[in-house]
Design a protein around this ligand. Structure first.
Ligand code: PMP
Length: 369
């Protein structure tokens, strides 16, 4: 007899979230950075881990003070030159990936009887954080160009009175960045009844002229800006996400975090990587150029393409997108079937990987014609 464990009723029959992890030559499906760390950076990380290993019999610094200080200094680069204020360590919180940061936000500010709101199409993990924290989930809509309709957004907030609003900027899967006016409008609409989380997982890839929501922190005490080292920082394997917000918000999250949630090894790796920030972030400009070239190439071929401030591009539309996805995979190019019907998303890889993508797509569409 097969065993059916006593899973929560609403979880029965559900599949765990995640794109297929397939071993193919060109992997452009989960918005990773295609460039690994240099040998010098690897050596530094290895040394930091070796040093941490000597005291693994002890629990790590529960407050990860050194890491918070380093992350605050890193974030201040986005606020000091333009706005003249720094982010302080007590305004920073971190966890194992920004997924965990946001789950903790939902655990602290969501919960039974409370509602989380976002605007679709949006990051597919958000409803899962809501489900897992027993928070009601309401998705509003976006415009046809995937921007926010502010009147609609304000109306939805008035109606639902959410305790958490999740706003990815740039948005996944569309790549759309939000203007500061939109963030301000939502922070004002939500007021002290809730927090507005601007998820800047892809923030470093935004185009010139799009400011980070970090600049708005002094104006809105209910604003949270979430970041990750997984994308621009080329450190997805290390699992380090973080946020900047009012110290009171960081303090509130401490109530729900598990004790010692950031291992000594994770802290050591993140600190070593932050010392190599210029190198790890050095390829961001290159990836931006490759992204813009990909957008232009797809448009020249008559595809619809969403404007992108991220390291991926959403394009379409295809009557049978699965056939196109499968055709690319058959040629060794893995992209993602995600977003509204008929659209596909490709992450930006190296110049060689993008050439392989262009060649494979041309071949697949020629076959279909
Ligand atoms: N936010 C968005 C919008 C994302 O696309 C992702 C990763 N795909 C994350 C958060 C989570 O990333 P991580 O947990 O690696 O920081």
């Amino acid at each position: 007899m097969t065993y059916t464990p006593p899973l929560r009723e609403e979880l029965r029959g559900l599949e765990p979230y995640g794109a297929p992890q397939l071993d193919v030559p060109v992997q452009l499906n989960v918005n990773e950075n295609p460039y690994g760390p240099s040998p010098a950076c690897v050596a530094d990380i290895a040394e930091a881990v070796a040093s941490a290993a000597g005291s693994l019999n002890r629990y790590p610094d529960r407050e990860f003070t050194e890491l918070r200080t380093a992350l605050a200094a890193y974030l201040s680069r986005d606020t000091e030159p333009t706005r003249g204020f720094a982010i302080t360590p007590d305004q920073v919180w971190a966890a194992n990936g920004s997924n965990e940061v946001m789950l903790q936000l939902l655990q602290a500010f969501g919960g039974p009887g409370r509602t989380a709101v976002s605007f679709a199409p949006t990051y597919s993990m958000y409803p899962e954080y809501a489900r897992d924290s027993m928070t009601a989930w309401v998705a509003g809509r976006r415009e046809t160009d995937f921007g926010l309709d502010l009147d609609h957004a304000r109306e939805l907030v008035e109606k639902e009175r959410p305790s958490v609003v999740l706003l990815p900027s740039p948005n996944n899967p569309t790549g759309t960045a939000l203007p500061p006016e939109a963030v301000t409008a939502l922070c004002e609409a939500v007021g002290d009844d809730g927090v507005v989380v601007v998820d800047e997982a892809y923030g470093e890839f935004r185009r010139a002229g799009t400011p980070s929501a970090l600049e708005l922190l002094p104006r809105h005490r209910n604003l949270v800006v979430s970041r990750t080292m997984s994308k621009a920082f080329a450190l997805a394997g290390a699992r380090l996400g973080y946020l900047a917000a009012a110290p009171e918000i960081c303090d509130a999250i401490r109530v729900v975090r598990l004790p010692y949630h950031l291992s000594a090894v994770t802290q050591a790796v993140a600190l070593a990587a932050l010392r190599h920030a210029p190198e790890l972030l050095g390829r961001v400009d290159e990836l931006r150029v490759e992204r813009d070239a990909t957008v232009a190439w797809l448009r020249e071929r008559g595809h619809q393409v969403a404007d992108s401030d991220a390291n991926f591009v959403l394009f379409g539309t295809f009557p049978d997108r699965h056939a196109v996805w499968q055709g690319l995979l058959d040629q060794g190019v893995l992209i993602r079937e995600v977003g509204p019907d008929g659209w596909l998303r490709v992450s930006i890889g190296t110049a060689g990987e993008m050439a392989a993508f262009r060649q494979a797509l041309t071949a697949v569409l020629a076959q279909e014609a």
